[in-house]
Ligand binder design. Structure first.
Ligand code: HEC
Length: 102
């Protein structure tokens, strides 16, 4: 293999890894997101911070995970209590918040 070929392969591998390095959500989590949080956080309706909108999520994340999870469970301004997910655990909420905020 020539040097340039090795180099090209390395660059391509790097690009693939970079694009795959986002938070990979397990299917159960995507399902929970899809049937509850996505209703508002997919479209940004009622001013919900949209999934993947890092600018909108940044200041909210600064409050820390326990505060965020507490807000979802209790309801927060236009967000109904539990975010429409009746079978979500605290760990689910944490994972959902991570998933939505990147
Ligand atoms: C009916 C619409 C709706 C659903 C469903 C919903 N949210 Fe929200 N959510 C909102 C809105 C609106 C806000 C912004 C509230 C504000 O700051 O005015 C929000 C804000 C948040 C925040 C930030 C709270 C803070 O302290 O800034 C978190 C975290 C959150 N949602 C998580 C979730 C999770 C997790 C789910 C799914 C289990 C979910 N939401 C489902 C409407 C919704």
């Amino acid at each position: 293999m020539s040097m340039s070929r090795v180099f090209r392969t390395a660059v391509l591998t790097g690009l693939l890894l970079a694009s795959a390095s986002g938070f990979a959500a397990p299917p159960e989590l995507e399902a929970k997101y899809g049937k509850s949080c996505a209703t508002c956080h997919g479209s940004g309706v009622l001013n919900a911070p949209r999934k993947g909108d890092r600018e909108a999520w940044g200041p909210r994340l600064k409050q820390g995970m326990p505060v965020l999870v507490g807000h979802v469970k209790a309801g927060f301004r236009n967000m109904p209590a539990k975010g429409l997910c009746n079978d979500c655990t605290d760990a689910d909420y944490e994972a959902l918040i991570q998933f939505m905020s990147q």
